[in-house]
Ligand binder design. Structure first.
Ligand code: AMP
Ligand code: ZN
Length: 111
């Protein structure tokens, strides 16, 4: 079972901010900034390393949606987008996701 596949399917509850046929956006359960949400493709992809020419459009759509939801969340002053890839980056959920963090002036290190 993949936690984020379950969340995208609505089988595990989350605070959803946006959803379409390809992308799901929800609040991070352990926020590291005043605004912290996660953008995921509904299709299961392990990480950035799982991207291929065939599925790369899912990641591209995530980035478009990230910018759109950031605007909706009032992040006019900017935001940070992070994708942890692999153990050395501290990836804990092995379903590709993009953290969007904002709502404060951030230091050089956030995650
Ligand atoms: P990462 O360390 O980059 O793999 O990030 C995983 C993120 O998922 C962390 O920031 C967690 O707080 C977040 N997370 C884990 N479980 C949930 C959940 N059930 N709902 C929302 N966010 C979650
Ligand atoms: Zn998954």
């Amino acid at each position: 079972m993949c936690l984020f596949c379950e969340i995208a399917a609505g089988r595990i509850p989350s605070t959803c901010l946006y959803e379409d046929e390809d992308v799901f956006v929800f609040k991070d359960i352990n926020p590291q900034a005043p605004v912290h949400f996660l953008v995921i493709p509904k299709q299961h992809i392990d990480s950035l390393n799982g991207l291929t020419p065939e599925n790369a459009s899912a990641a591209a759509k995530c980035l478009l949606v990230a910018a759109r939801v950031a605007k909706e969340q009032g992040l006019d002053g900017g935001y940070r987008l992070i994708s942890n890839c692999g153990d050395d980056a501290g990836q804990t959920v092995h379903h590709l996701h993009f953290h969007v963090l904002g709502g404060t002036k951030m230091g050089e290190r956030v995650l």
